[in-house]
Design a protein around this ligand. Structure first.
Ligand code: NAD
Length: 342
């Protein structure tokens, strides 16, 4: 990577500033040439500007089209937008990419290497909900509408197949519930199978009903490679795959649109350990690797991943959540030292 790329850096709330600082240190030690445009969001932004997602932050992302983001606390109370939903909508971040890979030696499963591609904008999360009044009960019935469009289904399934091709993955599994939800899930499966045909001979594919997939994932996770699925199923299954490899502290998530990418950890602000210097920065570091992949610097991303994996496997200088006693800073130093050794 020769030209310096501008990236919006949102430190976030709680443990966010500590783990994003750690990530910036590692990226810089690996020679990544980013120019960081630091912007506020979450509670930090509410305190400063009275808005959890200020215009200046949105303008910065519109300009850079890249953001590395720490976890954010969405303030409770009327008038505040959900920050993640606002960002997804604003930048049409239709693909949520969550890889889960066994790193720790004492993980429940040894050979997990699953990439979950979740549709991020449609399904049951479109926010079309209402109550129906019957008699004197205004909340007698609640209904939520699931929207699946042909365009939305096609772009996410295509994204999964293109990802598989680019990253040498062997198989894409389309996960659905078309046996019951014949219209919405039926359309997703129909479109998924059409797209899969275009990749015949290059990427294998199959499809699975979501409940069977959930069971198989906890019994034989090695049977899965890339999974593509609708919004709600992706939300649940991606936490499941994180659990298979040791928890949320190790799982990054990329939110990708046509011309914008926002990279973050899957976990939240961890208020119970914030300010103690003991948070595990691995998930944001791996999100930083996804950012490097996204800008075509896969080699550097893989070097950082190798250093992280090596320090975690060795287990000497790791944080408390993964069985060690190192601070965020000591663990980060160990990753940087490993990078320097090559
Ligand atoms: P959480 O993920 O913050 O914490 C759950 C548990 O995991 C806690 O015990 C915490 O200490 C631990 N944990 C999480 N990340 C860790 C790390 N890197 N190292 C070590 N331990 C870690 O979930 P929560 O408590 O339900 O949520 C707290 C706040 O985070 C809420 O305000 C929520 O809205 C927000 N949140 C934000 C995002 C986001 O911005 N993407 C995602 C989830 C939750």
């Amino acid at each position: 990577m020769s030209k310096k790329l501008d990236v919006t850096l949102i430190p976030g709330d709680g443990i966010g500033p500590a783990i994003t600082d750690a990530t910036v240190r590692v990226l810089e030690a690996a020679g990544a040439s980013f120019t960081w445009d630091r912007q506020l969001a979450g509670m930090a932004a509410v305190k400063e500007h009275g808005d959890p997602i200020p215009e200046a932050t949105l303008e910065s992302i519109k300009r850079t089209k890249l953001a590395l983001k720490g976890p954010l606390e969405t303030p409770v109370g009327k008038g505040f937008r959900s920050i993640n939903v606002a960002l997804r909508k604003e930048f049409d971040l239709y693909a949520n990419l969550r890889p889960a890979k066994t790193i720790l030696p004492k993980s429940r499963f040894e050979n997990v290497d699953v990439v979950l591609v979740r549709e991020n904008t449609e399904g049951l999360y479109v926010g079309v909900e209402n109550y129906v009044k019957i008699g004197s009960d205004p909340h007698a019935v609640a209904q939520s509408v699931a929207i699946i469009s042909r365009v939305g289904a096609e772009r996410i399934v295509r994204y999964a197949f293109e990802y598989a091709l680019k990253h040498g993955r062997k198989k894409v599994t389309i996960v659905h519930k078309a046996n019951i939800l014949k219209y919405s899930q039926g359309l997703f499966l129909e479109v998924g199978r059409q797209v899969a045909k275009e990749y015949e001979g290059r990427v294998a594919s199959d499809d699975k009903i979501v409940d069977a997939c959930a069971m198989e994932l906890v019994m034989r996770p090695d049977k899965y490679d890339v999974i593509v699925t609708t919004n709600l199923f992706g939300d649940i299954l991606s936490d499941l795959t994180s659990g298979l490899v040791g928890g949320l502290g190790l799982t990054p998530g990329a939110n990708i649109g046509y011309d914008c990418g926002i990279f973050e950890a899957v976990h939240g602000t961890a208020p119970d350990i914030a300010g103690q210097g003991i948070a595990n920065p691995t998930a944001v570091m791996l999100a930083g690797c996804q950012l490097l992949d996204h800008v075509g610097d896969d080699a550097r991303a893989n070097r950082i991943r190798a250093a992280i994996e090596s320090v975690l496997r060795e287990g000497k200088t790791v944080t408390r959540d993964v069985g060690g006693s190192a601070t965020t800073e000591q663990y980060t130093d160990a990753v940087i030292a490993r990078l320097a050794r090559g």
